[in-house]
Design a protein around this ligand. Structure first.
Ligand SMILES: Cc1ncc(COP(=O)(O)O)c(C=O)c1O
Length: 372
């Protein structure tokens, strides 16, 4: 045991030196954008609850009713006894929302990416992903055993060059990117990427974790995965695709087959959230409007999504600014490497339909005073 603890301590010390050690902070989220940490009431600009639906009375009531009807847990994997009625209903609604033939719900967005890519690609194949892709896209790509290459962020010309040089020798090829990048908030040039992929007989998987419910315009990819945990205010992941692809996943995506089905409450909550976001276009427009108000106030490039990065650079400086904002009542968590590339520690500001203009202006003013 001593060598195990010594190993852990050495690793932790190294993280501490670079201001890269992570710590849990108990947080109580309330309605609106309210959060409380260490007894202090805060306005949160760090939640991915972009439409404020996690606390919507209809969403909570749906979760409660589903748990009362079918229990707190699914009781088994989907292929055994865990395929409760809310899952099929949610898949039908997700497919309709995305204009896809079919959908499949996974345990989380991370699990979806761990399962989808290895079910489509293996040792003889090629995966080319945007260099800023989320950790779970990388994890799925690596797990597949395929050759993994990256293209420059949002650069279809670089993607074309890589596919031209490497596609020929490989069986299948997959291109992986995100509709909205999680830590930069910018959008992929999807029409161009889909065109390049098609020219090289490659299939495109788009991660729509930060797009659904907020920025949904533009073309759809043949493979669109995402999460129920952000704008939909619940928990879980999904893939929207053609019927044969979804049927293949049911048999071959290991993170679908060998894990328990999503609990009834989570599925029912996401289903209700989807209904609300379709009924309320003004709710969907708010996060981007507020993000643009913020970028205009600070003279930053105009926001493309609900996520706005404020680049700081050094990890410790980002932590210090985050702490100073917290002292003024704003929760804006610092994002550090390896989540973002070295030297690009930042404040990731996330806007929600639950914010009001006064809160957004207050944060902009506080931040302007700190970063000049
Ligand atoms: C781009 C992206 N994909 C996938 C995920 C994972 O989704 P989940 O939280 O449902 O595992 C996240 C964040 O959590 C994300 O930002």
């Amino acid at each position: 045991m001593d060598s195990l603890d010594a190993f852990a301590r050495t690793k932790l010390d190294a993280l501490e030196v670079g201001s890269l050690r992570r710590r849990l902070v108990p947080t109580e989220r309330g309605t609106g954008a309210a959060a409380s940490r260490r007894g202090r009431a805060l306005v949160s600009f760090s939640c991915n609850d972009y439409l404020g639906l996690s606390h919507h009375p209809r969403v909570i009531a749906a979760a409660q009713a589903a748990a009362a009807a079918y229990g707190a847990g699914a009781g088994g994997s989907r292929l055994v006894t865990g395929d409760h009625p809310y899952l099929g209903a949610l898949e039908e609604r997700l497919a309709r929302h995305k204009g896809a033939e079919a959908a499949l719900v996974f345990g989380s967005g991370y699990l979806a990416n761990l399962g989808i890519t290895p079910a489509l690609a293996g040792r003889d194949d090629l995966i080319v992903l945007d260099e800023l892709s989320h950790a779970c896209m990388w994890a799925g790509a690596r797990l597949s055993g395929a050759q993994v290459l990256t293209f420059r962020h949002n650069d279809p010309t670089d993607l074309a060059a890589i596919l031209a040089a490497h596609r020929g020798r490989r069986g299948q090829a997959l291109v992986l990117t995100e509709r909205v990048f999680s830590m930069d908030g910018d959008r992929a040039p999807l029409a161009d990427i889909l065109g390049v992929a098609q020219d090289h007989d490659a299939w495109t998987l788009v991660d729509d974790a930060h797009g659904i419910g907020v920025v949904e315009d533009g073309p759809r990819a043949p493979l669109e995965m995402g999460t129920l945990s952000k704008a939909l205010g619940s928990y879980g992941g999904y893939l929207c695709a053609s019927r044969p692809v979804i049927d293949l996943m049911v048999s071959r995506a290991r993170s679908f087959v060998y894990t328990t089905g999503l609990p009834p409450a989570s599925a029912a909550a996401a289903l209700e959230a989807l209904a609300i976001l379709e009924e309320e276009p003004e709710r969907r427009a708010r996060p981007l409007d507020l993000a643009r108000r913020f970028t205009a106030r600070l003279g930053l490039p105009e926001a493309e999504s609900a996520v706005v990065p404020v680049l700081i650079g050094e990890a410790q400086r980002a932590l210090d600014i985050s702490a100073a904002l917290e002292a003024q009542g704003y929760l804006v968590v610092a994002i550090r490497p390896p989540t973002v590339p070295p030297g690009t520690a930042r404040l990731r500001v996330a806007f929600s339909a639950a914010h009001d203009a006064v809160q957004v202006d207050g944060l902009a003013e506080a931040l302007a005073a700190m970063i000049g």
